[in-house]
Design a protein around this ligand. Structure first.
Ligand code: SF4
Ligand code: SF4
Length: 189
């Protein structure tokens, strides 16, 4: 099920009607009431218009901008794209990333994460690690089903975090488009 994304254009300055607040409160109540009665009518007529997902049989196909669990981009060789620079570790506000760098002389790789852990019990899905990464090696996935019986099990190891690149194609393309858009708008400014 694809979620419809409604882009909201917000004016920076409020009009005098908006500054009065009361008309906007009435407008908000009108929108809520309209949805309520439309859904009620649909329910009574047997044609539900409410957004209902029969979880877990049905899953929501989140928008590309959705930020779920951070994961590591896996290359075709099975190795992570990460070069263990530590920028994500530094950027993480909850300090839930822990990296131990290593070397893979057999593969001609000078630096790779020998160990890469994320403590999901502390992660707040903020996406700062993704923003900080210069290699597109850590991205926010759509995964949100994280459950465990104890906190130790929520410390995800590199092997659990690795996701093959083709499976992250939509997110990576979204990120590239976003970088391009912000670059163009900063050039225009
Ligand atoms: S999403 Fe935020 S909290 Fe989670 S690992 Fe990345 S930077 Fe840290
Ligand atoms: S910022 Fe990217 S390349 Fe650097 S350690 Fe983190 S995931 Fe690896």
């Amino acid at each position: 099920m694809v979620v419809r994304v409604v882009p909201v254009q917000r004016e920076e300055k409020l009009t005098w009607v908006e500054r009065l607040y009361l008309p906007m409160i009435i407008k908000g109540l009108w929108v809520t009431s309209r949805h309520f009665f439309r859904n009620l009518w649909g329910f009574a007529a047997g044609r539900s218009t409410a957004f209902v997902v029969q979880y877990p049989e049905e899953r929501v196909d989140h928008a590309d901008a959705f930020r779920g669990m951070p994961v590591l981009v896996g290359l075709g060789s099975g190795l992570p794209r990460c070069v263990a620079c530590g920028l994500c570790e530094f950027a993480c506000p909850t300090k839930c990333i822990s990296i131990v760098p290593g070397e893979l002389p057999d593969h001609g790789i000078e630096r790779f994460p020998e160990q890469f852990q994320i403590d999901m019990s502390r992660c707040m899905f903020c996406g700062l690690c993704e923003e900080a990464c210069p290699e597109e090696a850590i991205v926010m996935s759509r995964e949100v089903e994280i459950a465990a019986f104890d906190r130790d099990s929520l410390v995800y190891e590199k092997e659990q975090l690795l996701v093959p690149e083709p499976m992250l194609k939509r997110r990576l393309e979204f990120l590239r488009a976003e970088y391009e858009r912000t670059q163009l708008s900063s050039e225009d400014a």
